[in-house]
Design a protein around this ligand. Structure first.
Ligand code: FAD
Ligand code: DHB
Length: 388
């Protein structure tokens, strides 16, 4: 089999890249190790930056997002018993949409399907060949058959645990990493929204986040031990922890409901450079990870493939690889700003067991500064909506 771009991974990065290339008349094949049902139901991110929304709209996959997603013009920071609004629209002229990542996945898979795009789900034994030559290839198993795709380029969009990053030339690679000593406990709840906007809360007991999915389903998170098990958390224990962390002077309380999903994720910051090696390009979580506090991961995957698609388009249209050569530098500028912002939000809002009393007071003072200073609130809002 032959194609122009072989794409490993049907996450937001791989599927959107395939769709953007298709719109430019460039062929691709997507290989995914999980089933279509799995990728369309895995609960992950929820916040789309303005630029992500605009791109999905511009490339014709924003219809359901506009109808079913919730446009938010601000969010709240809660600490010391008070809630403070960050007016995203007023401070930046931009907004965000809360729309689940697996819904974006469904929209992209449907678009690829409608255009007759080739996707192989449930593939095994994916291996890359000749990535440092002009004739790269990918071999894999599908339905018991050994297959091979010859391509001009390979896009490694296979997430943090994928095979593409280890297949990059190792000489000259540099990885940057920070692992945080906590994780997030996430729940999905059958309940009406507790508040009109997202609430990021700092409390001595740990961080908590009140998000939403729809008028009847809510998403909430709270800081936990990354090695803890969901089995240790009864529904009652979860609610009493959330009420404790969200206590406030206004008497506002999060609305309880039936919890129908619980999960724990670890948190890390990670960047692997360069993001290209010969004809192999990495995009999204395959190249970098952010802790979820800044809601940046999926948005970075989108901005990587926007840059990569332009480079590939230039290669076929003009026979120039000038943009492709610049891919790592262009993508990393945005990646590092998002790494900074995600680290900042994480450091400002979580409790660190080893923090001294001095560090705790400074952390509180930082939040006071952010809500008291229009300049600092604007910097936070610009980063949150992705206006950089
Ligand atoms: P992935 O979504 O990981 O996709 C990679 C795909 O490759 C997967 O489907 C995988 O099955 C497949 N794959 C792996 N190995 C192989 C192989 N060998 N062969 C074939 N296929 C393979 N981001 C935000 O922007 N906003 C948020 O609000 C947000 N909240 C988050 C909350 C949580 C709890 C978590 C866990 C993440 C959150 N993120 C958020 C991050 C976001 O979900 C990821 O950054 C995003 O999924 C990255 O997309 P991707 O396409 O690069 O990788
Ligand atoms: C959600 C996830 C995040 O990481 C975040 O910062 C805000 C919202 C969510 O899943 O709704």
């Amino acid at each position: 089999m032959r194609t122009q771009v072989a794409i490993i991974g049907a996450g937001p990065a791989g599927l959107l890249l395939s769709h953007l290339l298709h719109l430019q008349g460039i062929e691709s094949v997507v290989l995914e190790s999980r089933t279509r049902a799995e990728i369309e139901s895995t609960i992950r991110a929820g916040v789309l930056e303005q630029g992500t929304m605009d791109l999905l709209n511009d490339c014709g996959v924003g219809v359901r997002m506009r109808a079913e997603g919730a446009l938010h013009h601000g969010f709240e920071l809660a600490f010391d018993g008070r809630r403070h609004r960050i007016d995203l629209l007023g401070l930046t002229g931009k907004a965000i949409t809360v729309y689940a990542q697996h819904e974006v996945i469904k929209d992209l898979v449907a678009a690829r399907d409608a255009a007759g795009g080739q996707m192989f789900f449930g593939v095994r034994e994916v291996a890359l060949h000749g990535a440092d030559t002009d004739t790269p290839a990918v071999s894999f198993e599908h339905g018991g058959q050994a297959l091979r795709i010859d391509a001009d380029f390979i896009a490694g969009c296979d997430g943090f645990h994928g095979i593409a990053r280890p297949a990059m030339a190792q000489q000259g690679r540099q990885d940057y990493q920070r692992i945080y000593p906590f994780g997030w406990f996430g729940i999905l709840v059958e309940a009406p929204p507790s508040a009109p906007e997202l609430i990021y809360a700092r409390h001595e007991r740990g961080f908590a986040l009140v998000s939403t999915r729809s008028p009847t389903v809510q998403r909430m998170y709270f800081q936990c031990d990354p090695k803890d098990s969901v089995d240790n958390w009864s529904d009652d224990r979860i609610w009493s922890e959330l009420h404790a962390r969200l206590e406030n002077r206004e008497g506002w309380r999060v609305t309880e409901g039936k919890i129908f999903q619980k999960n724990i994720v670890g948190m890390r910051s990670f960047v692997s450079t360069p993001m290209q090696s010969g004809r192999l390009f990495l995009a999204g979580d395959a190249a970098h990870i952010v802790p979820p506090t800044g809601a940046k991961g999926m948005n970075l995957a989108v901005s990587d493939v926007r840059i990569l698609a332009r480079g590939i388009e230039q290669f076929y249209r003009q026979g120039s690889d000038e943009r492709l050569q610049r891919y790592t530098g262009d993508a990393l500028k945005r990646v590092w700003r998002a790494e900074y912002f995600s680290w900042w939000m994480t450091s400002m809002l979580h409790t660190f067991d080893d923090a001294s009393p001095f560090q705790r007071e400074v952390q509180r003072a930082e939040l006071e500064n952010v809500v008291a200073s229009r300049a600092l609130a604007t910097a936070l809002a610009e980063n949150y909506v992705g206006a950089f």
